[in-house]
Design a protein around this ligand. Structure first.
Ligand code: 4NP
Length: 161
């Protein structure tokens, strides 16, 4: 089993979007039993909330469902997950500050580093204070990165067979 946790600031816009996309792609490929997916926020303001209605509507219009409830990332997440996939560099820094040791820090990645077409250091922009088109962009960015991530995971899973 490979365990993934997508991480953003509030856990109501970007990381729930990435989580919903990844769940959908894994189901399509019959890999949902082999990869566990979750998401969390570095901040705690929205704990217990469903994803932002704009994120849910953007996903729904494309045939995806976002059904996460917001939670805040904890140090124990570094033991539970193989990868902590950060949306931006501020998330990376917050995760680094929380990581209990070097092995934990090595699990942190920028999500877009899995998108071969994204420049080095590319981030998923925070759509919270912007318009609806920000959510469309976030969806496209997350989908491209999740497809790249899935392609890499598939190689590992095939080697493990
Ligand atoms: P997210 O977006 O990190 O993609 O979930 C945000 C949601 C809420 C806030 C900031 C970003 N906020 O400041 O409450």
């Amino acid at each position: 089993m490979i365990r993934l946790c997508f991480v953003c600031l509030g856990n109501i816009c970007r990381s729930p979007t990435a989580e919903g996309i990844m769940r959908h792609l894994l189901r399509e490929e019959g890999l949902d039993g082999r990869v566990e997916v979750d998401s969390a926020g570095t901040g705690g303001w929205h704990v217990g909330e469903r994803a932002d209605p704009r994120a849910r509507e953007t996903a729904r219009a494309r045939g995806f469902t976002l059904d996460s409830r917001a939670r805040q990332v904890t140090p124990s997440d570094f033991a539970r997950f193989d990868y902590l996939l950060a949306m931006d560099r501020a998330n990376v820094r917050a995760l680094e500050a929380l990581a209990p040791d070097t092995a934990a820090r090595a699990k942190i990645r920028l999500l877009r580093s899995f998108d071969a077409d994204a420049p080095a250091g590319a981030e998923v922009p925070d759509p919270y204070y912007g318009g609806d088109d920000g959510f469309e962009q976030v969806f496209d960015i997350c989908e491209a990165a999740c497809r790249g991530l899935l392609a890499q995971l598939r190689e590992g899973l095939e080697r493990a067979r």
